[in-house]
Design a protein around this ligand. Structure first.
Ligand code: 3H9
Length: 615
């Protein structure tokens, strides 16, 4: 009989027990799922009628890893490494059938099974390093046993997933099917009934050439020398241990390294950045339908950078600038950027020529008659653009400031490019949800990450400016430029360092004091943006700084920094420094309110903070 309960479903097909993981959205291996898998394996082992076990997943993907939200909390048994060992020790063959993404702990689970089959479009990877940790469920020990040190280190140190075909060639998989994974996997499992397969821990394919293994470890160790984050070096140590130690000890070694890394502040910052990025993707307008955009208009020479992005994305672009010399300059800027791209091998001459064919320069706004979205890079030209663009076209202002009143207010939105990677979308009270959805779809098409702000927006820029003001104040008060620069470089914010300062990196008490001054100013400005409803959530501010302005990802962001330090401390500091320079440090009332409740910025959710992701 089939059973349906919780995150694991069980189905019987003759002698094959099929375990279907069903824990949306990404089948992360949280506690309830681990416990259910453990019990199911125990039961399968005890049940004489079960001859083989097949583990597969419902929904869009095989498990995408351990449940990241459980990190930083007390571990709950069964832990993932123990579950993997339990699966591997099952005397009946266990087969994993992979679709979607088998990442991190998900791939480690599959590697603990005795055989693996995947759909051709599946991706397999070990992205733990991007979270400041390492594969901690046996991955550092099992993967090199199968595929050797060089490839194992490539997977673990880059964190980049590989397609199923490559995983098959490497030796991570035993088979790949174009489609019909469920049926193919079941057939395979039926064929395995009664057989005893070699456990991954006992395999040696990747260990045959001991010298090559050592060479790969030595090269990776060299490459990690001086790395800012510790995870890479610990990964190398673990892969080396896989060769030097019996697997039981290798596992203990890995577990200790994982425990060390997961507790580092850098890993906490990277986890915060991971969830901040996903929270920022939740827009209240997620359900609104984006209008189709076949042609993009850009009005104002200052929009040449966006025009270039649009061309690179394959979009037909009309670039309007009424001032002829400025139009020529804008075209020259585009040509120069493309030339550099060609010289650096990022663009072929043929692709460059195709870009130019898609570009229509014009002096008059009338050329925008077929543009479905117009990027207005000069607010003075908005009225002309509004008149020329067809009804329903979205008008996206790329500059600073509030959105102007206009009969077309429902079509108007702010779209500010931050650091070449992030689009801040400033939504006005009258902006239609469809206009938001359209601007977002276009920004994504241009390869940009998106952040929703309420008008006038400018989240990342304002917070960075507050940090800059604090630096200027410290220097004016006589703080040595080299010391300020050293502290900022040490923290990972060289972009705020005074330019002429010497190349030093400062640590210790004085660095801590300088960082506290600068980051408090940034968090204080962030609090003002929250109070005014310009930012939806504190984590959006962190996301904007990390994604747009190079704030070090492992530091999480200024709001995270303040939360970690404690808002009571922030309040104390601001009360003192606000006397000295109120324009920088005068305390935002939100900080006093949250501190009085023992709260954190993370607890503060603006009304617009809900919403859903779109596709
Ligand atoms: C690990 O495995 C450690 C082990 O080696 C050792 C352990 C002892 N956990 O990204 P999306 C949520 S470390 C918890 O928007 P997509 C995410 O927050 C892990 N939650 O979807 C979001 O929630 P919400 C190694 C997770 O289709 C929702 O799922 N694995 C996890 O664009 C949808 O996510 C990784 O680092 C998780 N592991 O991309 C892989 N993953 O809707 C991390 C996702 O509430 N995940 N969520 O905002 C990914 O890279 C992408 O999610 C994936 C799908 C490519 C799978």
């Amino acid at each position: 009989m089939d059973q349906q309960a919780g995150p694991l479903r069980q189905e019987r097909h003759g002698a094959v027990l099929v375990l279907v993981i069903d824990a949306p959205p990404v089948n992360a291996l949280g506690h309830a799922l681990r416990a259910a898998l453990w019990q199911a394996i125990e039961a399968a082992e005890a049940d004489a009628t079960v001859g083989a076990v097949l583990i597969r997943a419902a929904g869009r993907t095989f498990p995408a890893g351990a449940d990241i939200s459980e990190f930083g909390q007390p571990p709950r048994a069964p832990q993932l490494p123990d579950l993997c060992d339990r699966i591997e020790a099952c005397p009946k063959p266990v087969l994993a059938a992979i679709h979607g993404t088998a990442l991190g702990g998900g791939l480690e689970l599959a590697l603990a099974a005795h055989a693996r089959i995947a759909r051709a479009d599946a991706m397999l990877g070990l992205p733990e390093v991007t979270l400041g940790i390492l594969p901690g469920a046996g991955g550092t020990q099992r993967v090199p046993r199968l595929i050797g040190a060089e490839q194992a280190l490539r997977l673990m140190l880059t964190g980049k997933p590989v397609p199923a075909a490559e995983a098959l060639a490497l030796g991570l998989l035993d088979g790949v099917v174009e489609d019909g994974l469920e049926v193919a996997a079941l057939r395979l499992a039926e064929g395995l009934v009664g057989r005893r397969l070699t456990a991954t821990r006992d395999r040696r394919e990747g260990m045959r050439d001991g010298a090559a293994y050592q060479t790969a470890v030595a090269a990776a160790r060299l490459a990690q020398a001086g790395a800012r984050l510790p995870a890479g070096a610990r990964i190398v140590d673990c892969v080396e241990a896989a060769q030097l130690l019996p697997i039981e000890q290798g596992m203990v070694f890995e577990r200790a390294a994982f425990a060390d890394l997961v507790a580092t502040p850098e890993a906490a910052g990277l986890r915060h950045a991971f969830f901040a990025e996903r929270a920022a993707a939740r827009f209240p307008e997620a359900k609104a339908e984006a209008r189709p955009v076949a042609q993009l208009g850009v009005i104002g020479a200052a929009g040449s950078d966006l025009a270039l992005l649009a061309l690179q994305a394959g979009c037909p672009v009309v670039l309007v600038e009424p001032n002829r010399p400025q139009l020529v300059e804008a075209l020259e800027r585009i040509a120069a950027a493309q030339e550099t791209a060609v010289q650096e091998g990022r663009l072929t001459p043929a692709a460059r020529d195709a870009d130019w064919e898609r570009l229509t320069p014009a002096l008059g706004a009338a050329a925008l008659a077929d543009s479905d979205l117009v990027l207005v890079a000069d607010a003075g030209l908005l009225a002309e653009a509004a008149e020329a663009a067809p009804p329903g076209a979205v008008l996206a202002l790329t500059g600073r400031g509030a959105l102007p009143d206009s009969p077309r207010a429902s079509d108007i939105i702010g779209l500010r490019l931050v650091g070449g990677r992030l689009a801040e979308l400033a939504v006005g009270p009258q902006t239609a949800p469809e206009a938001v959805a359209t601007a977002r779809a276009v920004a994504r098409r241009l390869g940009l990450l998106c952040l929703r702000a309420a008008t006038p927006g400018g989240i990342a820029g304002r917070v960075m400016l507050a940090g800059r003001a604090a630096v200027t104040h410290l220097l004016a008060q006589g703080e040595a430029p080299a010391r300020v620069a050293g502290a900022l470089r040490g923290f990972g914010l060289p972009q705020l360092a005074p330019e002429a300062a010497a190349e030093a990196s400062e640590t210790g008490a004085s660095a801590g004091r300088i960082i506290a001054r600068v980051l408090s100013a940034m968090a204080n400005e962030g609090a003002r943006l929250l109070e005014r409803g310009i930012a939806q959530r504190a984590s959006d501010i962190d996301f904007a700084l990390v994604a747009g302005l190079g704030f070090p990802r492992w530091q999480g962001g200024p709001m995270f920094w303040a939360d970690q330090r404690g808002l009571l401390i922030l309040r104390r500091d601001l009360a003192e420094w606000g006397q000295e320079a109120p324009e920088i440090w005068a305390m935002a009332p939100l900080i006093a309110d949250l501190a009085a409740q023992g709260g954190h910025f993370a607890d503060h959710a603006a009304q617009a903070g809900s919403g859903q992701k779109d596709a």
